[in-house]
Ligand binder design. Structure first.
Ligand SMILES: [Zn+2]
Ligand SMILES: [Zn+2]
Length: 166
């Protein structure tokens, strides 16, 4: 798992490293039902989600159109693809990476507005979704202190992944 220097605050740094290594495998399954349980997807939305999951990396809307065209033999209208992506976004099934202008399937099934961090390797392009209690807490407090009701909380961290940093 990738750890990033920018995530280290003094409070965090004093804990054992394992306490803030991003939560990838041990996500809380009790959150799944909350996040996904009652969402019914139309076939076209399901297809967009399936293709995003299969890609395992950020995919832009126009690339998604190409992928869908290759799959179905019919080129979907951009507006329908954007609508599908918006729906998936609103329901927490995908995230939008502003810096890449692209979408990525949620890797965690956390609550729909839970903060997430993306670790974006600028060398190999690998993008890893990470959540951590410290991010939840820190960002949650930041919004709360400002009386701000957060909707999407996406932190994008660019740098080198473990393999590329070596
Ligand atoms: Zn996610
Ligand atoms: Zn890399």
């Amino acid at each position: 798992m990738v750890r990033h220097r920018n995530l280290s605050s003094p409070a965090v740094a004093s804990r054992p490293a394992t306490s803030y290594i991003v939560r990838m495998q041990d996500h809380d399954h009790s959150q799944c039902a909350h996040a996904h349980g009652h969402i019914k997807l139309t076939p076209s939305r399901q297809l967009v989600l399936d293709k995003l999951c299969a890609a395992g990396r950020p995919v832009g809307a126009y690339e998604m159109i190409d992928i869908l065209a290759a799959e179905t033999g019919k080129r979907p209208a951009p507006v329908s693809v954007y609508r599908a992506l918006d729906f998936l976004l609103e329901n927490g099934l995908v995230h939008r990476l502003a810096s890449r202008n692209a979408y990525m399937a949620c890797a965690h099934q956390h609550g729909r507005s839970a903060p997430v961090a993306f670790l974006i390797c600028e060398k190999c392009g690998r993008v890893t979704e990470a959540t951590s209690p410290e991010i939840d807490e820190g960002l949650g407090r930041l919004a709360q202190d400002s009386g701000f009701v957060a909707q999407a909380q996406v932190v994008e961290i660019t740098g080198r992944c473990k393999d590329c940093a070596a």
